[in-house]
Ligand binder design. Structure first.
Ligand code: MLT
Length: 315
């Protein structure tokens, strides 16, 4: 009888009930932006309201843990990023298992990052920034979205690559960190273009480089050099987002959400919005749940030795 009820539930899903997407970072930041745009694009194919709920803190692990422990009924989902793959190495003792506590629903996008600074930094380009960092050794504050976040990963690798130790200042997300960077309360940040493009365009922060292997084409970012061409050999960080459900969510519900995700990722408004912020929406095979899980596991294998070699993990 129970099995029949579960199957019927899966067939009717979502049956007019709202679905909540948990964002593990503060409102107004890059993860939140992607989630709100995706929620809009998912509303039609899922035929119900999508609520975005920010459960910020501890570099994204509070929100991820909330979803890992949620009822596996399809009504509570997690939108997360590269931290799914890097957090297990960056931070010891996270309260959930990336490999076994989630159902993987599919990948969403690839997102470049940028090295940005407060408006009063006198450096006008990366070479001048390098000199400024050397002159200000021991005094530089570097904002991030908490230990284990994407900005933490990028910021730690950046410090290691330039050979300048900085003081990490954690926030509940790079949305609030960006406000402080614009106000000059912190000095530098490495953050996603989905959060930085607007501020760079409005000249509210200084921009020095992109973290991708190639330059970007977005008008506000197209003149920025890559970190590799700026002398940081092999420095390349591209982050990504994916959609996840608690382990045990019925396969029929997972399939419905994945099919809706595929439709949402083809939504021209969603694609336009993402592209205007430097992100690239993924398609086809990369949106397949099994493929995404394989990708996340390959990212764990890729980043684990790099994080360990750079000695940037937190005991
Ligand atoms: C990060 O650094 O992980 C992100 O910028 C988090 C966020 O959405 O604020």
């Amino acid at each position: 009888l129970l099995a029949t009820a579960v199957t019927a539930g899966a067939q009717d899903f979502p049956n007019g009930k709202p679905i909540t997407i948990i964002v593990p970072f503060a409102a107004g930041g890059p993860t939140d932006k992607v989630a709100r745009d995706l929620a809009e694009a998912l509303r039609k194919p899922l035929g119900t309201t999508i609520i975005v709920d920010n459960a910020a803190g501890a570099g994204g692990s509070i929100g991820a843990n909330k979803v890992a422990k949620a009822q596996p009924d399809g009504y509570t989902l997690l939108l997360h990023h590269i931290s799914m793959a890097t957090m297990p190495t960056l931070v010891r003792n996270i309260p959930f298992k990336v490999e076994s506590d989630f159902e993987y629903l599919g990948m969403i996008n690839d997102v470049p990052m940028t090295v940005i600074g407060k408006p009063s930094i006198p450096a006008g380009n990366f070479k001048e920034l390098t000199a400024w960092m050397q002159q200000n050794k021991g005094k530089i504050n570097l904002g991030n979205a908490g230990i284990g976040s994407a900005s933490h990963l990028c910021g730690m690798l950046f410090q290691h690559a330039v050979g300048v130790d900085m003081t990490a200042v954690p926030y509940k997300g790079t949305g609030p960190a960006m406000t402080d960077l614009m106000g000059g309360q912190i000095d530098l940040m490495c953050d996603q273009t989905t959060n930085t493009t607007g501020a760079i365009e409005a000249k509210k922060v200084k921009a020095y480089a992109v973290t991708t292997a190639h330059r970007l084409t977005v008008p506000a970012l197209k003149d920025l050099p890559t970190l590799q061409e700026s002398g940081l050999k092999g420095f390349e960080v591209t982050i990504w987002h994916g959609l996840y459900a608690p382990k045990g969510t019925p396969p029929a519900i997972q399939k419905k959400i994945n099919e809706a995700l595929k439709v949402a990722l083809k939504d021209p408004d969603f694609i336009k919005r993402e592209e205007s912020l430097g992100a690239v929406v993924v398609h086809d095979n990369r949106v397949e749940p099994a493929e995404h899980k394989k990708f996340v596991l390959s990212e764990i294998n890729k980043w684990s030795p790099l994080i360990k070699a750079a000695n940037v993990y937190v005991e």
